[in-house]
Design a protein around this ligand. Structure first.
Ligand code: MN
Ligand code: MN
Length: 285
């Protein structure tokens, strides 16, 4: 199990390094997303979720649609958030690429991540990890995004307990040896909160139910077979919006709309997956 996590992390680290070099003004977002997803497969893993490319005040859950023409622009703050799994064991990592002049915003997220990892070991309370993140971000003069968090990882589950908050909390949970967790500080110069906007290209299966319409049933079966409980992109399937919407309404699928900073602030993010060890944290991404 640990070997599979480590293999997923190693592949993801390489893909991240290669993908970052592609992010430049004039390049299509779709080109980078497809590069990431194909490269993960080429290296022997599978994407654990669609390649997320959230720009400026978009904080999370943006992935290009099929035939998306949008390009990176001068000045963009680009969050590249990618995941890979080997046999269901997931590694999750993110980096912010600054195409403008927001060095401190990016640095605040990276430092917060580093300081969080430094306090992790078996027996530590997640409240201490959250405090390290919060203190670092506020010392930079920015705000953490209150409603985006780090999380545990489980087999075929991209978001498992425990929740790792990016703000101070009264009572957390104790981290135990062998836990696999993703730490992901989100930093903003806005108000520090995200809300859903209408665009939505990512979904995941939450329940297998008896579905009357044949096309909807076939799509549910295809999703279960290909992605199990992991998030997938609309562009990965030849599915109509109507059928997808129907499966969401029936409680078969969960939708992940794009999450944007409510004050239209710029958002940066840094993320690593770590394995909790007796006397520290092993970073696998
Ligand atoms: Mn992530
Ligand atoms: Mn994550």
């Amino acid at each position: 199990m640990i070997e599979k996590y480590i293999e997923a992390g190693k592949i993801l680290r390489q893909v991240k390094e290669e993908a970052v070099k592609l992010i430049k003004p004039g390049v299509k977002l779709l080109e980078v997303a497809e590069f990431v997803e194909n490269r993960i497969k080429e290296l022997g893993a599978e994407p654990a979720f669609p390649c997320n490319i959230s720009i400026n005040s978009d904080a999370a859950h943006f992935t290009p649609k099929a035939n998306d023409e949008r390009e990176f622009k001068e000045g963009d703050v680009v969050k590249l958030d990618i995941g890979a799994h080997v046999d269901g064991y997931i590694a999750d990592t993110a980096v912010t690429v600054d195409l403008g002049d927001n060095e401190d915003l990016v640095k605040a997220a990276e430092e917060a991540l580093k300081n969080a990892i430094d306090v992790i070991h078996a027996g530590v309370n997640t409240a201490e990890v959250s405090e390290a993140i919060f203190n670092t971000i506020t010392e930079f003069g920015f705000k953490p995004v209150i409603n985006l968090t780090g999380h545990g990882l489980d087999r075929y589950i991209a978001h498992a307990p425990p929740t790792i908050y990016n703000v101070k909390i009264d009572k957390g949970v104790e981290l135990k040896e062998g836990m696999v967790i993703a730490i992901e500080p989100f930093v903003t110069n806005g108000v520090g909160k995200v809300a859903e906007r209408s665009e939505c290209e990512i979904f995941s299966l939450i329940a297998v139910k008896s579905v009357r319409m044949k096309q909807a049933r076939q799509l549910m079966d295809e999703i279960l077979r290909k992605y199990k409980t992991l998030p997938f992109a609309k562009r990965w399937l030849k599915a109509s919006d109507i059928i997808l919407a129907k499966l969401v309404r029936e409680g078969v699928l969960r939708a992940y709309p794009v999450l944007a900073e409510v004050g239209k602030g710029l958002v940066s993010q840094a993320e690593h997956t770590v394995i909790v060890e007796e006397d520290g944290a092993r970073v696998i991404t």
